[in-house]
Design a protein around this ligand. Structure first.
Ligand code: SF4
Ligand code: SF4
Length: 435
């Protein structure tokens, strides 16, 4: 089973260490001039893909040919897809292009997002803990599991719009008595974390999505079709509120959720979660946290700059395509409302910083780390291949690195050695005196 969608191409890595400091969970080390990702720490945020100038960090998503394994090929475009095509006449033209590519049905995730916005408002009316934290960004859930386990009960136990949309489609086909094996449901994703979600879903037993395609892999085919369109049968269903999910505050119904914070970008999210952890945000009802700067429009699998695509989306939102928009039928709305949307199982912490199962040994190791850390220069230079001096001390105590990897310690040792050699030369009887 694929456990991560961010991987390393060792052949391309030059060991420059640029990526180690940008990883929010200290998951990267450079050893022997090559980066490695510590799997249990990685949250698939994609920061290392952004930072690596050599293309050594890559996102693994499904090949488009996967859809050929199914008779019914249903595609779920994320709203951020629309922001990639500033020159398209409207959203419907983009949906038409998806049919031309070969999908047999298009269902907009933005439509399911509108329903999730309502569910969030409902849930917050009777929530036990505050502030509740949004669960739609899988990177944020993984971050909380690893760095903020005390906040797990504050994660909103509501499935993502992608999952709701996929369940809705599968239910529709089931009601039509079409065997599930014939129906492939594919998400067009702005980020690698959604691909990981497919194989290791959070809060649910199994994802209803069968494949995840990167926006990047559909960009050129759609662009080509937009310049020579032929299919004209698509109908846009999504409204402004659903499309806004691609940006910050998408899941917030301003009329119902009065005291909220919308935060994006991992450094900012971590700063806010630290405040939640120390209790200084207890007066806040809801925090919508998105890992990428600019929300899903900032995902690494997009093509356009996040700020430019935001501009494009705002244009679509303002235009609304009132004449062509086909709102879901009453039957479809009832069906969508009947789909279970709460988590089926609790989130569990993923404690990756455990020093030892034996508490006494763990305490000893903690002391060893402190002692070693105090010997280090505390400048976090990264030349040892670890992101910080503290990380390096942990690695050495956990026998994952050697103390001589620190150039300062190495220099000390060389100096000691040269002093010893000098002393030795002073004690040796000169050759002349033997005569
Ligand atoms: S940024 Fe990281 S993965 Fe990329 S070349 Fe440098 S060390 Fe290797
Ligand atoms: S994807 Fe994010 S968490 Fe994983 S190694 Fe890269 S920067 Fe670290």
């Amino acid at each position: 089973m694929q456990s991560h969608s961010v991987t390393l191409d060792k052949a391309r890595c030059i060991g420059c260490t640029d990526c180690i400091k940008r990883c929010p969970t200290e998951a990267i080390r450079v050893r022997g001039s090559k980066a490695t990702i510590i799997e249990e720490r990685c949250i698939d945020c994609g920061n290392c893909i952004r930072i690596c100038r050599n293309g050594a960090k890559q996102a693994v998503t499904d090949e488009l040919s996967l859809m050929n394994q199914f008779k019914y090929k249903v595609v779920l475009p994320a709203p951020s897809l629309y922001g990639q095509f500033p020159k398209a006449p409207n959203i419907t033209a983009i949906l038409n292009a998806l049919y031309e590519i070969g999908f047999t049905e298009v269902f907009e995730v933005a439509t399911a997002s509108e329903m999730i916005t309502k569910y969030i408002g409902d849930y917050l009316e009777s929530a036990k803990y505050f502030p509740m934290i949004s669960s739609s960004c899988p990177v944020i859930i993984r971050l909380i599991q690893r760095r903020f386990p005390s906040l797990m009960q504050q994660v909103l136990p509501i499935i993502s719009p992608m999952e709701l949309a996929a369940r809705f489609i599968k239910t529709q086909y089931k009601l039509r008595k079409i065997d599930e094996s014939q129906v492939g449901v594919f998400f067009i994703s702005p980020c690698p974390a959604k691909a990981t979600e497919l194989h290791r879903p959070k809060g649910i037993e199994k994802s209803s999505v069968d494949g995840v395609f990167a926006i990047q892999s559909l960009y050129k085919p759609i662009l080509n079709i937009l310049s020579h369109p032929s299919y004209k049968g698509a109908k846009r269903q999504s409204g402004a509120a659903g499309i806004a999910w691609a940006m910050q505050t998408g899941g917030i119904d301003e009329k119902r959720i009065k005291n909220h914070i919308a935060v994006d970008g991992l450094d900012n999210v971590i700063a806010i979660l630290e405040k939640v952890e120390d209790g200084s945000l207890n007066h806040v009802t809801y925090i919508e946290a998105l890992a990428c700067t600019g929300g899903c429009l900032g995902g690494v699998l997009n093509i356009e700059n996040a700020f430019m695509s935001r501009n494009t989306l705002k244009k679509w939102i303002d235009e609304e395509e009132k004449d062509t928009r086909e709102v879901l039928s009453k039957y479809q709305i009832q069906l969508l409302q009947s789909i279970p949307y709460l988590f089926e199982k609790d989130l569990t912490p993923r404690l990756v910083f455990t020093l030892d199962q034996d508490v006494n040994r763990a305490l000893e190791k903690m002391t060893e780390i402190e002692l070693l850390y105090n010997r280090l220069p505390h400048i976090d230079c990264g030349s040892c291949g670890a992101p910080t001096c503290r990380c390096f001390a942990e690695d050495v105590v956990m026998q994952k690195s050697n103390i001589e990897e620190c150039i300062f310690i190495l220099r000390e040792k060389i100096k000691e050695l040269s002093d010893q050699m000098y002393q030795l030369t002073q004690t040796v009887i000169p050759t002349d005196s033997k005569k």
